[in-house]
Design a protein around this ligand. Structure first.
Ligand SMILES: *[C@@H]1O[C@H](CO)[C@@H](O)[C@H](O)[C@H]1NC(C)=O
Length: 397
């Protein structure tokens, strides 16, 4: 009897304890939760501006538009163009398609005076390996192109020779075949002893720019690195200067070789001196993969986080961005990088276009390849102000 009563007292005490604990938790959580910052899904404050779909006059080409232009250019049989990535330098290659920006006056008339929308057009760049020049076309109207117009002279005031083109994937493919046939396969003993390179292992190549000092030059120093993470910090002390001026790769030549700080005028000269033992040799030693960015120890804690305590203060619709009192349209050109248009503050336009035009990085080193390197980048860009006299920009409006 007594035991039974004791059991039921314990049971009821426990139930009471659990109930009180739950109620206390609910009360405390609701009291304190208001104090901690939270990631709100909703905006605490309404947006201060409205999205404007007229910003689409500055929008990058859509996938469909891009493909329409490509199809249109391929249909022009007289141009005899290929879009195959590994098109040889001696053939005609459709290198680039990009938005052709509307004239500023036309865009402003549309944005401010309710005039008609400017015709949407694309720029197409073709490398004519067969004829030895580069041409730029305007193709329009999008999305269903019916015309193309050669604008090379109009835009650049000169013809553009084929050697002004950047190296394409097709040319790289031929370059690597050339190096295999004319360089690596002729130096097998040296490659194995100095760099442990054989049929299964290879070196990574890194090419240098500029490819000469005069217009038309196209000779490139190619440096070799160990095939490891962050290959740039694993140079092996081997560089080769390839003349690839001709679009006909049978006319390409190796002009200089640098091995362990010593120069040679040909692969043959290096090979003979190496075999004779009159060259200061590199003997291969293994090295750790110290360039890897993979964490070498377990992280100790979660890193800093970014969150919006009162919801997002910005909004994006197509290419139009609102941010507090600001608004702008944005794009990313493969020729000139990131850019914004029609930048407004409290709905007042303060910039028509803000974009990067050019950036240069200069390298230094003890080897000719790295020492000569100056990247005049049009693709890997920083932000900078566009010059007021530039053809497509103006500051301020
Ligand atoms: C390429 O160059 C080689 C060697 O000079 C020549 O025999 C060949 O005819 C050239 N090919 C073309 C398509 O011009």
């Amino acid at each position: 009897m007594v035991e039974q009563r004791m059991n039921s007292v314990i049971k009821w005490t426990l139930i009471l304890f659990v109930l009180v604990s739950i109620i206390l938790n609910i009360v405390l959580i609701s009291m304190y939760s208001g104090r901690a910052p939270k990631c709100s899904a909703h905006r605490a404050h309404p947006l201060r501006g409205k999205h404007d779909e007229r910003s689409l006059v500055f929008a990058d080409l859509t996938r469909e538009e891009y493909s329409q232009v490509q199809q249109y250019m391929l249909k022009q049989k007289d141009l005899d163009i290929s879009t195959n990535q590994i098109t040889k330098p001696s053939e005609n290659f459709l290198f680039l398609i990009d938005l052709s920006l509307p004239k500023k006056a036309d865009a402003l008339a549309y944005l401010d005076d309710g005039k008609g929308k400017p015709t949407r057009e694309a720029t197409a760049v073709v490398f004519y390996g067969k004829s030895g020049y580069v041409k730029e076309y305007v193709v329009g109207p999008l999305p269903n192109p019916k015309y193309h117009r050669d604008v090379t002279k109009e835009r650049y005031n000169t013809d553009i020779p084929i050697n002004s083109r950047p190296v394409t994937i097709g040319e790289y493919a031929v370059l690597f075949e050339f190096l295999e046939a004319e360089f690596f396969s002729k130096l097998q003993k040296l490659m194995k002893e100095s760099f442990d390179v054989d049929d299964t292992k290879h070196l990574n190549a890194f090419e240098q720019m500029p490819r000469g000092v005069r217009s038309g030059d196209r000779s490139t120093w190619i440096s070799f690195m160990r095939d490891m993470s962050g290959m740039y910090i694993h140079p092996v002390g081997l560089e080769v200067l390839v003349n690839h001026e001709s679009v006909n790769s049978s006319q390409w030549t190796i002009q200089r070789v640098l091995y362990n700080g010593q120069y040679f005028d040909s692969v043959q000269a290096l090979k003979e001196k190496y075999d004779r033992g009159s060259v200061k040799k590199i003997l291969y030693t293994k090295s750790r993969d110290y360039g890897s960015l993979k964490p070498k120890t377990k992280p100790l804690q979660v890193g800093p986080q970014l969150f919006h305590p009162e919801g997002k203060r910005y909004s994006i619709s197509d290419n139009h961005v609102l941010y507090m009192d600001w608004s702008f349209a944005f794009g990313l050109s493969s020729l000139t990088g990131m850019r914004v248009f029609d930048v407004r503050f409290k709905d007042e336009r303060i910039l028509y276009e803000l974009s990067v035009q050019e950036a240069m990085s200069v390298y230094g080193s003890v080897t000719p390849g790295m020492g000569l390197t100056k990247f005049l980048d049009t693709e890997h860009r920083d932000w900078s102000l566009c010059a007021p006299t530039g053809p497509r920009c103006g500051l301020p409006l």
